[in-house]
Structure formats: structure tokens, C-alpha cells
Design a binder for this molecule. Structure first.
Ligand code: AMP
Length: 579
């Protein structure tokens, strides 16, 4: 049995443990199938420790016997009281770590004695030391403490050989960090980092809670703020609605018998739209963007010099955040590795490497295409009826479901025509149309009648489309079977046959056969191109084959100019395919 070095994300709100096994990192679940352990410790009535969900649940009733967010105190001399016990921060963290260790050992059926633990990039030596101590108290030899953005970079880029400059945007429940990192040959360097220790998804929840309190006060004349039980229910409902709004255009919020007024029950039943929610959180999102500029300044870089933006932390599922980042950086951020698990997975990759495994980045099933619809809008400053509105972004992990709301443009509009496209071009007509249908019989309503378009892409590449008039529920659905063409085996075999002589041609030039200038570089390029052939999308593959052939022909004809040109063309395409 090989020695396992676990990877642990010891977070402010949540923690996870992962190991590298069978050639990939894997987050380990507890008996109940849960991958995430709340970093909360409490003391039950009988004096036993409660750890994780049970402790978090008890917090509402017994805050005096529950400890949360201990990470904020790591490295300080502060102690916390838990019942009649007084504990140092590293002792509380050790309780969480010990639980993670037990979960992992039960799952893999093997003792775990060593671990890599992650900490924020800004953690001081004292804080790192305290983390190491926590590990040791929990019975773990901490073989390495690594930075959280380092772990995220490994989750996405381990195994990549070319140097890459990345930005890691990490928005958790209560903290925000942005780091600029450079990864090369498995070594990650944090160039600069900035953040806000008191900004996170919990603040988004609070804004919804404030809004709900306003609604309750205006509709029912009650102020729930004095009742902690009611506030706890509102906070939970707000978080649920917030998560729903990451995928849906509207979220209902219903809490029956929430409170009472003059002896009569008060029920809460409201709906929050994503548009309204985005208005609420926009100032907080902008604050994170300011921090990005500070981090970029610290690295003396402009947004254009960052090659990838990696998303970490559950709150980065918020579409507004993804949109704003895409606007600033001119490219969509990457969030396909589960943002809650990304750091633990990266830590496990580091653990795997330290244990002597050949490691690679996390592999996720993603859609290589963007899917969307067309709508009236503005293109190049002019009104245009076929502006492309992406709904499911390229690189989303699948299965995925997203909805967007559209509005009728004239009074009493009876029908809407829905077209579904695959592609990236702002002009929908330049993308590939996959399907089209009409929803007829809309109710008589002034313009601005909302119609919700819902797209769901399953693992088999089938796209389920539904358009629904919001007020009546009138709906039409279609299914597009071949939204993501599977790799066509025949086409691949044909492609291989066409470039069949490639390997020997490379071997010849490498062996010193007469060759044009730059032949070794060309041979290396050809090898990379050939490796990419299997994974490239159909349209890219055709182009790849053409360029491979052009370069081969030029090499065979020993024409330096032609070789140089073909090499540049191929290298440009490879750059594009690699990114
Ligand atoms: P973390 O500390 O990384 O586990 O992040 C937790 C934060 O992410 C909490 O505020 C969650 O409410 C938030 N979160 C989790 N899932 C989603 C989602 N689908 N959309 C928006 N926020 C989410």
C-alpha cells in the first residue's frame, strides 16, 4: 500500500480533505456523502464535541457553546470558551482536522499520517506555524503548508509545462482574496495578493435579509429584527434564494408562519428577481474588482497580461461576478473545477506529487461550446434584432442548467420566436443555429411581459430548452439531441490516416536528414499538434490537420520560407487551442 499524503483545505467557513489516488485527486465524503465539513465546533448537552453540520445547526440555539470562523484567530493568543473549557485556536482547528482525517481514513480504508494544508497567501509565519501545530495536535505530520491560490493553480494547471500567469479570485462565505500567480513546471509562485477579510457570500445573504425585512415591514407592519429565531429563518431562506439566482432568473422565497402580528400568523411569500438581486450586490462586487486592480498593480501587470482567471469559493458561482470579470479581462473566467473543492483538490495534487506520483490537473467534463439565444439589442451602436445572448458558457461543467429572462417588446405581443445558437460571436447569425420554435398565445399584456428561457445540457450532450411565459406558465419545450457532437471515431481514424506518415517524417528530421532551418522546432510543434488532435473540437481538428500537412509539405520540400510560415500558423493555432 502506498503512502498517502492528504490535501486539506482548512477554511474559515468550510473544510475539505482530498487524496490523490488512481491517477486523480478526489475529495472524500463522510458517511452521509457530504464532501464539505463546516469548520464549526460545538459542545453538546452531554459534553461531547459536535463537529461540522451538527455544530453549525446548534449555533443558532447555543452560540455560547459553539465556535465558528476560528481561522480568523489562528496565530493570535486569543482563546475561545467552549462550555467550561478554554481552547487555543490551533486546538479548535485540530478538532476539525482530526474529524477530516477520520473521514478520509474511513473512506480509503487506510491510516493517514501526513498532509498538505492550505492557508491564505497573506498568512504570516505565526499563522502558518499555528496551522502546522493544529495538524500536529490532530496527529498529522504537515509535510507542507501551501497557499490557497497555489492549490487552485495546481488544480487547473498541474502538469502544464509552459509558464502561465494566472489570477485566482477567491470569494468564500466571509473572506475575499485575489492573487496573481505564476505556474511553471509544477512550481507555483504567488506574485501578489490582496483581499478583504470581511467580505463574502454571507454579506450577499445579509442584503437579501435586509430586503426581506423591508418587505415584511411594508406588507405586514412587522419588524422581525428583534427575534433571533425569525432572523435565522430569514438568513437561511436568503441563502437558498441567492444560490437559486445563480442558475435561475427568479427565486421564490416562502416562509409560512414566520411570525405573528396581533395574534395572527404572518406568512412570507415574495419573489426576488436576479436583476433586483444584482442591483443589491453590485457595490460589493465592485469592491472585489477594486482589490483586483490593487493586486495587478502589485504585480506590475495589466488585465491583458493575465492568461487565466480561476474562480475559487462558493460565491463565485454568482453570474454577476463572472460577467464583470469577463468584461474586465476580455475573457470568461474559469470555474469548471468545483469552486468549493478546488483548493482541496489542488492540495491533494501537491500531496500526490510529494508522495512521488506523476500528477496532472483535475479533469472535468465541460461543454466546449457556449449556448445561447438571440434578442433585440445593440450591435456596434445600432439596434439589431439578433444580438447573441449567451446562457450556458463554454467550459461550464456538465450537467448544467441556466435560465434567463427576456421581455416582450410590444404591447399585447402574442408570440415570441426563440432561436437557440451555439457559438461565441456577438452577432447570433454568425453562430450555428441549433433549433428554433415559437411560443404562441401569450396573454394580453403591456410590453415587458417576462418570458423565461431555460437551457439544460446533460451529460449526453442533449440540450433541453424551455420557454415559459412567467405570469401564466404557458410553456414550449424542445430537445436538441446533438448539441455536443461526440468525437466522431470515423473522422478521427481518417484524420490519423491522413497524417499517418507524420511520426516517421519527424523522426527523419530529428535524425539529421536534410531539413529546412528550424526543423527541430517544427518537429516539436508537430508532435504537440498530433497530441492535440484527439481532444480538439471537430472544426479545430480540420484546421489542425491542414496546418500539419502544410508544415510537413514545406519540410519535405525543404523551403525555409514556407516552413517558417507554416510553423507560425500552426503555432498560432496551438496557442489558441491551448488556451
Ligand atoms: P466557501 O467558503 O468557499 O465554502 O463559500 C461559501 C459561500 O458560497 C457561502 O456564502 C455560500 O452561500 C456561497 N455559495 C455556495 N453556492 C453558491 C451558489 N450556487 N451561488 C452563489 N453563492 C453560493
Amino acid at each position: 500500500m502506498t503512502d498517502v499524503i492528504a490535501g486539506i483545505d482548512l477554511g474559515t467557513t468550510n473544510s475539505e480533505i482530498a487524496v490523490y489516488r488512481d491517477g486523480r485527486p478526489e475529495v472524500l465524503a463522510d458517511d452521509g456523502g457530504r464532501l464539505i465539513l463546516p469548520s464549526v465546533v460545538g459542545l453538546a448537552d452531554d459534553g461531547a464535541f459536535l463537529i461540522g453540520d451538527s455544530a453549525r445547526n446548534q449555533y443558532l440555539v447555543h452560540p455560547e457553546r459553539t465556535v465558528r470562523s476560528i481561522k480568523r484567530k489562528m496565530g493570535t493568543d486569543e482563546t475561545v470558551a467552549l462550555g467550561d473549557q478554554t481552547l487555543r485556536p490551533q486546538e479548535v482547528s485540530a478538532i476539525v482536522l482530526r474529524r477530516l482525517k477520520e473521514i478520509a481514513e474511513a473512506r480509503i480504508g487506510q491510516a493517514i499520517g501526513r498532509a498538505v494544508i492550505t492557508v491564505p497567501a497573506y498568512f504570516s509565519d505565526t499563522q502558518r506555524l499555528a496551522t502546522r501545530e493544529a495538524g500536529e495536535i490532530a496527529g498529522l505530520e504537515v509535510v507542507r503548508i501551501i497557499n490557497e491560490p497555489t492549490a487552485a493553480a495546481l488544480a487547473y494547471e498541474a502538469g502544464a509545462h509552459q509558464g502561465r500567469r494566472l489570477m485566482v479570485y477567491d470569494l468564500g462565505g466571509g473572506t475575499f482574496d485575489v492573487s496573481i500567480v505564476r505556474i511553471e513546471g509544477g512550481v507555483v509562485e504567488v506574485i501578489s495578493s490582496h483581499g478583504d477579510n470581511h467580505l463574502g457570500g454571507d454579506d450577499f445573504d445579509q442584503l437579501i435579509v435586509d430586503w426581506l425585512c423591508g418587505e415584511l415591514s411594508s406588507a405586514h407592519g412587522v419588524d422581525p429584527r428583534t427575534d433571533p429565531g425569525v432572523m435565522a429563518r430569514l438568513t437561511r431562506a436568503a441563502e437558498t434564494a441567492k444560490k437559486a439566482l445563480s442558475d435561475h432568473a427568479f427565486a421564490p422565497i416562502t416562509e409560512e408562519f414566520l411570525t405573528e402580528r396581533d395574534g395572527a400568523p404572518v406568512h412570507l411569500a415574495v419573489e426576488l428577481s436576479r436583476d433586483r438581486y444584482e442591483e443589491m450586490i453590485a457595490p460589493l462586487v465592485e469592491r472585489t474588482l477594486e482589490a483586483i486592480h490593487i493586486a495587478l498593480d502589485g504585480a506590475s501587470l495589466g488585465p491583458g497580461e493575465v492568461e487565466e482567471i480561476l474562480l475559487v469559493g462558493g460565491a463565485t458561482r454568482t453570474p454577476l461576478i463572472r460577467r464583470r470579470l469577463a468584461e474586465i479581462f476580455g475573457r470568461p473566467p474559469r470555474g469548471e473545477v468545483d469552486p468549493d473543492l478546488c483548493v482541496a483538490l489542488g492540495a491533494a495534487i501537491q500531496g500526490g506529487a510529494l508522495a512521488g506520483h506523476e500528477v496532472s490537473a483535475v479533469l472535468v467534463d465541460v461543454t466546449p461550446y457556449t449556448f445561447g439565444t438571440s434578442a433585440l439589442g445593440e450591435l456596434k451602436g445600432e439596434p439589431y434584432p439578433y444580438c447573441y445572448v449567451p446562457i450556458i458558457a463554454k467550459n461550464s461543467s456538465i450537467p448544467v442548467r441556466r435560465s434567463e429572462v427576456f421581455y416582450t417588446v410590444v404591447d399585447d405581443q402574442e408570440r415570441v420566436q426563440v432561436r437557440i445558437f451555439q457559438g461565441e460571436d456577438p452577432d447570433a447569425l454568425n453562430n450555428i443555429q441549433l433549433g428554433e420554435f415559437t411560443v404562441e398565445g401569450l396573454s394580453q399584456a403591456p410590453s415587458g411581459n417576462p418570458v423565461v428561457l431555460d437551457l439544460a445540457l446533460d451529460r449526453d450532450g442533449i440540450l433541453h430548452v424551455a420557454a415559459r411565459e412567467k405570469v401564466t406558465g404557458l410553456e414550449r419545450r424542445i430537445t436538441i439531441d446533438n448539441a455536443m457532437p461526440r468525437l466522431d471515431a470515423a473522422a478521427l481514424a481518417a484524420a490519423r490516416a491522413r497524417i499517418g506518415g507524420l511520426a516517421s517524417a519527424d523522426a527523419e528530421s530529428a535524425a539529421g536528414a536534410p531539413a529546412a532551418d528550424g526543423a527541430p522546432e517544427a518537429a516539436a510543434l508537430l508532435a504537440r499538434a498530433q497530441a492535440l488532435l484527439e481532444t480538439a473540437e471537430a472544426e479545430d481538428r480540420e484546421e489542425l490537420i491542414d496546418l500539419i500537412e502544410a508544415l510537413r509539405d514545406a519540410l519535405a520540400a525543404d523551403q525555409p520560407d514556407a516552413v517558417a510560415k507554416a510553423r507560425d500558423d500552426l503555432s498560432n493555432l496551438l496557442f489558441y487551442l491551448d488556451t
